[in-house]
Design a protein around this ligand. Sequence first.
Ligand code: KG4
Ligand code: ZN
Length: 355
Amino acid sequence: MSRPASGASVSPASSSRIVLGIESSCDDTSVAVLEGGTRLKSHLIAAQDVHRLYGGVVPELASRAHLELLPALVRRALEEAQIVAREIDAIAVTCAPGLVGSLVVGVAFAKAYGLALGKPVMGVNHIEAHLHATALEHGPSEYPAIALVVSGGHTELVRVDDFGRYRWLGSTRDDAAGEAYDKVAKRLGLGFPGGPLIDALAREGRPDAFSFPRPMLDQPGYDFSFSGLKTAVALAAAAQGEPPYPPALVADLAASFQAAVVETLVRRTLSAVENERAGTLNLGGGVACNRELRARLEAECAARGVRLRIPSPRLCADNAAMIALVGSWMLDRGTLPDPMLDAEAALEASGLPLN
Ligand code: KG4
Ligand code: ZN
């Protein structure tokens, strides 16, 4: 079904190729039009605020919202890019990993649209897109680079030698960094998503008010674990009773929790940069919006002469621009559309080399 209709061809020249990107792996629906692999002609991200009512993403509601939002977003993205549908050369869609129902909606939409237009549909790996999102603003990366992807679903530390050449260094063994932020925020009686709220509150609190663990730093390797830290914060909060807590206490808990997360991410990442002799560090994922993480890495990388490339917040979080970018690079590389394109929920089964 995802084969281009007969007579359809991939864009003739990569410098003018127009790729429509579609992202729907979690709760954000996003559509982008990218020209020549570099010029973002339009980029829309619809946040599904309904999940705030439940303190977390409700998969069924996310799928339904993607279904409702995608046609209108595509229409608007084409308008803003000032193109008509037949000018699209290819469609790039997130096919893995993520919430399977959300992925299925995006993939089915892309396949149907591609078939109707007679255009190829490229399935893009969401994590691979986060690894490279920074190239949209900072241009091509130098290699070897270390990439840290920190989001609500993933904490991945990867050595990148080129587009498509990766060595997985470490992942979280339990909760992702963003998931820990969200769960701690919920425990403290704050809203969802918790990352930006804790980030803001932490500036009013004392990072040394509570002595929380720096998980796994005493162990070799590059894996992470945030579940024990989350429990440590919950226990410290429970010792003070139930929410609502006094604002000063919440700020101290937020600052101390954030200090532990940031310290862990920074120390692990810098040791990967040093051991792999990488001159560049690329960041991606929603947690890369974190002010403390950005500031610490900026200072540490500057002191070591390491180029640090962090996308602006819109390109850190889930977005279709990075999907269009990787789709465009796949076409440059000569990758053919997969006739069996389908949604795949797990990173392990998504086709990326993880060793
Ligand atoms: O990449 P993303 O938009 O979606 C996923 O693929 O998960 O990341 C969302 C995550 C959420 O867990 C959110 O709490 C976290 O990123 N986040 C932050 C900040 N902004 C978003 N975490 C810490 N500090 C922030 N400023
Ligand atoms: Zn993501």
